[in-house]
Design a protein around this ligand. Structure first.
Ligand code: GTP
Ligand code: MG
Length: 363
């Protein structure tokens, strides 16, 4: 995924294909034809030769015949204390109980839930989904497919509700509203809905396309309905990605663990990430030493749409950093050096094969 042909790369950079082939040859990538696909890391090194940095942020969705369905990535947003974490906890608990995988062993920033009704998977961004979402948007990474806007029935629309809504709208993500805490005696669903309408959220029952689900994370009421709404939206998006080839992922959160060193939670956008892969993340590099799924179970590979916690990076990346698997450690070092050297360079946007290659102008 993300690979680009010699011809398109040359076009994007604005040099001849011969020049591109020459540079690629010098880093050990022999091309047979200008329609040959250049691996992403090699394309990045070639672009760097001509003074371009490369943004792979747009390359994240595969398409075409070989693309396979992937789980939707759902970010839960809403005002403080409106019940985001409790909702996620109850979704996760139900799911863990349903799959009999045992107890919840650890908390990571993103987790995959096999939905109890449809048995389909969704990947949720846990709190601080809001902050991560912002950071990722600021870094040009689009990781979220859907947004759940949580509004507490006893509190109604608050400032952060509006902020979350405008963020979701800006990124063009379909939205489902979950009116939470409906079990409370002081719950006032109608009032919350009126406030949503006043905040220009286009609710379905008022002729818009935003579905509203009434839930209680405490009693479990409405959770299946929420699941159905999310699966419905995910189906409309027909999310798919290529599983073959070099993995691309996005960092959701990262920290330094005393024992393990840098630990990052990532979501794979395309390809399959394996233990042992050499990777570049921002201007850092590393080699994946271990990976865990969201229940804390060690895993060897991660597919598109799935989250994982990874160890083996040489530093702590930032939320929103793009991770790219490369062919070996040497290449990883070279690409991260090239990125560091080109930090201020103009960005060459290189979307996936079916997209358009476009530069943002030479300086
Ligand atoms: P922040 O992460 O601080 O923004 O809050 P949050 O949106 O994650 O809210 P959280 O899930 O922590 O819930 C806040 C409080 O509301 C907690 O005391 C929860 O127990 C309570 N709460 C959440 N959901 C429900 C619900 O469905 N019913 C009732 N009665 N209480 C709830
Ligand atoms: Mg929370």
């Amino acid at each position: 995924p993300g690979d680009v042909t010699v011809r398109r790369l040359a076009q994007g950079i604005g040099v001849s294909t011969e020049k591109i082939e020459e540079v690629l040859g010098s880093i050990g990538e022999e091309m047979q034809s200008i329609e040959d696909r250049v691996p992403m890391d090699a394309a990045e090194l070639a672009a760097a030769e001509f003074g371009w940095a490369v943004s792979w942020a747009q390359s994240i969705t595969g398409s075409g015949t070989k693309a396979e369905p992937r789980p939707a990535v759902v970010t839960v947003m809403g005002h403080v204390d409106h019940g985001k974490t409790t909702l996620l906890d109850s979704l996760r608990r139900t799911s863990v109980a349903a799959s009999e995988a045992g107890g919840i062993t650890q908390h990571i920033g993103a987790f995959e839930v096999k939905m109890p009704g449809s048995k389909r998977s969704l990947t949720f961004l846990d709190t601080p989904g809001h902050a991560a979402f912002k950071a990722m948007r600021a870094r040009g990474a689009k990781v979220t497919d859907l947004v759940v806007l949580v509004v507490a029935a006893d509190d109604g629309v608050m400032p952060q509700t509006k902020e979350a809504y405008s963020q979701a709208r800006e990124c063009g993500c379909p939205l489902v509203v979950a009116i939470s805490k409906c079990d409370l005696p002081q719950a006032n669903v109608e009032k919350a809905k009126q406030q949503l309408v006043a905040a220009e959220v286009e609710l379905e029952e008022y002729g818009g396309n935003v579905q509203v689900v009434q839930i209680s994370a405490k009693t479990g009421a409405g959770l299946l309905e929420l699941e159905e709404a999310l699966i419905l939206q995910a189906d409309v998006l027909e999310l798919s990605a290529l599983r073959d080839g070099t993995a691309e992922a996005v960092v959701v959160e990262a920290h330094l663990d005393k024992g393990l060193g840098p630990v990052a939670t990532i979501i794979v956008k395309g390809g399959t990430l394996h233990v042992g892969d050499s990777v570049v993340v921002g201007t850092l590099w590393g080699k994946i030493r271990t990976m865990k799924d969201s229940t804390g179970t060690p895993i060897n590979s991660v597919l598109p749409g799935q989250p994982a916690e990874i160890c083996g990076l040489r530093g702590v990346p930032q939320a929103g950093d793009a991770l790219l698997a490369v062919c070996n450690e040497d290449r990883a070092k070279r690409v991260s050096d090239a990125r560091a050297a080109r930090k201020m360079a103009p960005m060459l946007q290189v979307p996936h094969m079916n997209g358009v290659l476009s530069g943002c102008g030479e300086t």
